[in-house]
Write a protein that binds this ligand. Sequence first.
Ligand code: ATP
Ligand code: FE
Length: 355
Amino acid sequence: LTVLGIESSCDDTAAAVVRLSDSGADILSSIVKGQNDLHAAYGGVVPEIAARAHVEKLDTCIEEALTVAQVELKDINTIAVTAGPGLIGGVLSGVMCAKGISAASGIPLVGVNHLAGHALTPRLTDNIAYPYVMLLVSGGHCQLLLVSDCNTFRRLGGTIDDAPGEAFDKTARILGLPQPGGPLVERDATKGDATRFAFPRPLLDRPGCDMSFSGLKTAVIRARDTVVADKGGLSTQDRADLCAGFQDAVADVLAEKTRRALQEVAAELGENTVLTVAGGVASNTRIRAKLEAVSSAFGAVFVAPPLSLCTDNAAMIAYAGGEQFRAGSVDDMSLSARPRWPLDTSSAALLGSGK
Ligand code: ATP
Ligand code: FE
């Protein structure tokens, strides 16, 4: 099954060709065209600018994906497109483009939930069986999921306010680093002392798997202001220490809540306990290390996809769409773009129908 994937839900325009077989999946191409240069001056993604850039870049992005994969449109069995959740203008651009190609070529269309794409990514790269636990941590999302098949996701917990990526980006902004700030906070944290500032570990004193990160941001502002008031400014070392302290606080919360999630569903997982991570924040080395420790204490196998597949891409959409198509999902011209589309059991009936 050869799938063309299209992704345009945030600030990356992406197209990919993935081939699914009985033994696994091969990424024949994965093209990602970022828009950081367009949004940098505004300190965040501007939806209008993003939507216009998607419209401009989608055609060439898809052509490039086909060329690199050395396939033609006639070799494609299904077109998988992100139908939500995300910025409505961007999602619409992708859905309209996919519908156009589908209408002109007769190739069936599958609307994919962007989060399902992230949640199924570990199966694209590794031979892992259902069910497994997934920690999805990105710029807009933070969820612990039990993934039972390509359409069944049970939410075990998640953030009640900011997503971790958002917290990293805001921390970067507070410390005067450019956007997207996550990777830069990690870079500075490697030179910092994580014990210098005592940052809170929100909600660890409460049972369950829910998390909170907005208080950490306030703690970073307070610590920064104290240093600035004392010394008249932030040195490189001060900033590194703030980054390290913040990063460890996030890592500790994610690790402990993940441990609880594994415990909660241990009976359902049975012998083959697998912990997987996805989303941009999963590329953070410190967070990965802490999760790996939790996983091994549980006797679980830890699967973290390569960095290029952790952040937004179309290979994950192609793969998820391919699995869902094989399971019987198919959409028609009534497929609509959905800015909000929760990924849990109660909405699973909608998954794949995209309506
Ligand atoms: P969503 O997938 O929820 O729509 P998104 O597209 O913003 O959100 P991703 O592309 O998966 O999310 O990830 C981007 C986020 O990951 C940004 O917030 C970025 O700062 C963060 N991030 C990327 N690399 C790192 C890192 N090394 N450490 C911490 N955060 C990181
Ligand atoms: Fe994403």
